[in-house]
Design a protein around this ligand. Structure first.
Ligand code: MG
Length: 194
């Protein structure tokens, strides 16, 4: 049986923080506030994955009271979630996402985001949707007070022995960031690994 999951997240935009979306550092006058790198897109995606396998949300798995997650790259947290998904015997079929931000313009960065997420999710780039939209100056996103993201995922059972899949594919976070940095040349969020 396939599984579906949905995720939603919001973070405030503040001065003095880097803006990281989909694991890509985006030049902007402000960044998202949060305990980790506050990558709202990856957070929504993680909650969708966790929901699809009946798990508690990311706040339960990665508490914002835990210093281990302070400023950590959310790509590393996503990798941890994927280990869990594989442990449950599932693989990702496709994901679709929306980022709601009045500014900056995200179109130039979407391909880079897809490359990073595709690598961690273990799927081809064309199985990932990332749409950027504004909210026409309406609401908190329209006023530039924050950025929101939504994600939907579809999982399929792998048929593999769950525990074996997890141990074979789980990567250590610093190595993961190093691979992504080398393979995709662009800047990975300049924040600490898990
Ligand atoms: Mg969040």
């Amino acid at each position: 049986m396939v599984r579906i999951g949905i995720g939603y997240d919001v973070h405030r935009l503040v001065a003095g923080r880097p803006l990281v979306l989909g694991g890509v550092s985006i030049p902007h006058s402000r960044g998202l506030a949060g305990h980790s790198d506050a990558d709202v897109l990856v957070h929504a995606l993680m909650d969708a994955l966790l929901g699809a396998v009946g798990e508690a949300d990311i706040g339960n798995h990665f508490p914002d009271t835990d210093p281990a997650y302070k400023d950590v790259s959310s790509l590393c947290l996503l990798e941890q979630v994927m280990v869990l998904v594989r442990t449950r015997g599932f693989a990702v079929l496709n994901v679709d996402t929306v980022v709601v931000a009045q500014e900056p313009r995200l179109a130039p960065y979407i391909n880079e985001m897809k490359l990073r997420l595709a690598y961690i999710l273990g799927i081809a780039r064309d199985r990932i949707g990332i749409k950027a939209t504004t909210s026409e100056y309406l609401g908190f996103t329209g006023r530039g007070e924050g950025i929101a993201a939504q994600a939907v995922v579809l999982l399929a059972p792998t048929g593999a022995e769950p525990e074996m899949v997890a141990t074979a594919e789980g990567k250590k976070c610093p190595a993961l960031l190093g691979i992504i940095r080398r393979r995709y040349r662009g800047v990975v969020a300049p924040l600490k690994p898990l």
